[in-house]
Design a protein around this ligand. Structure first.
Ligand SMILES: Nc1ncnc2c1ncn2[C@@H]1O[C@H](COP(=O)(O)OP(=O)(O)OP(=O)(O)O)[C@@H](O)[C@H]1O
Ligand SMILES: [Mg+2]
Length: 250
């Protein structure tokens, strides 16, 4: 079994704050990893380092067998990423943006047009849209970012909260799309707070807290370790505690 992502003792400092702290994790090729953690746990920071969008402070990350740094252009061509905040060119329309991204990836206009048509059809985006991405709804922007991440047929796909702000019908479509990619051998990583969705999608899970890996494995393995947990949500609550009371004094 080959390894798609090998993270070895990685630390990321923002000033005094260790957003990621000596974290090690391996993601085997062909699997679908759900990366979980509370707000501020370090998930987006980790995704940015794995995809070469951000330098790390210490440690090493290998992606598809090569060391990943912000300068690793050849590996970046083999991966797809939907980063936090979507990072789109908002002055373009969605079809223009897909054309731009496709050309950067070295695809011919014919291939771009065919794939774009199919992606827009599946995700119900208008192929002739004249509306700028800046004027798209939040969910439409997320869908555009997903199309851009998929366009070049990446071997490894990393999605930071792909279901956030997405309507329930489209959530189902995206779920099917991602499971179809896994069946074809694509390695997938996603972050999400929707634990019921993650439970259905991801055969492997990693939970981080304050920049440290606190649990990893299959749902069955996590349930065994945390006796009495019937679901991923219960495993998560058992690990993290159930938080405060949620009451105001006024
Ligand atoms: N560019 C930055 N400068 C300073 N601190 C940062 C920066 N990016 C992230 N952090 C800090 O690093 C920590 C981890 O942030 P990160 O965005 O990775 O969390 P997350 O797990 O993705 O949270 P969420 O579920 O809310 O998206 C937080 O304390 C955050 O404030
Ligand atoms: Mg995040």
């Amino acid at each position: 079994m080959t390894t798609a992502i090998r993270i070895e003792s990685v630390t990321k400092m923002f000033g005094e704050l260790a957003a990621i702290s000596e974290l090690s994790l391996e993601v085997p090729a062909g699997t679908f990893l759900g990366l979980l953690g509370r707000n501020g746990a370090g998930k987006s920071t980790l995704i940015k380092m794995i995809t070469g969008l951000m330098n790390l402070t210490q440690g090493t990350i290998q992606v598809l067998g090569e060391p990943m740094t912000p300068k690793s252009l050849e590996i970046k061509k083999r991966i797809g990423v939907m980063p936090e905040g979507t990072a789109l060119l908002e002055g373009l329309t969605a079809p223009q943006y897909l054309r731009f991204v496709g050309r950067l990836q070295g695809l011919s206009d014919e291939v771009i047009d065919n794939r774009r048509r199919e992606l827009f059809e599946v995700l119900e985006l208008d192929p002739g849209a004249k509306t700028l991405i800046a004027d798209y709804s939040y969910g439409m922007q997320k869908k555009t970012a997903l199309c851009a991440a998929l366009l070049h047929g990446p071997e490894l796909l990393l999605l930071d909260e792909p279901f956030e702000g997405i309507d329930p019908i489209t959530v189902r479509v995206i779920k099917d799309l991602l499971l179809g990619l896994m069946d074809k051998g694509t390695t997938l990583v996603l972050t999400s707070h929707a634990l019921d969705l993650v439970e259905k999608l991801c055969p492997v899970l990693a939970i981080i807290d304050q920049g440290k890996l606190v649990a990893s494995g299959t749902l069955e393995q996590l349930k065994e370790k945390h006796a009495g947990s019937e679901s991923l949500e219960e495993v998560f609550l058992n690990l993290m505690g159930s938080g405060g009371e949620g009451k105001l004094s006024w």
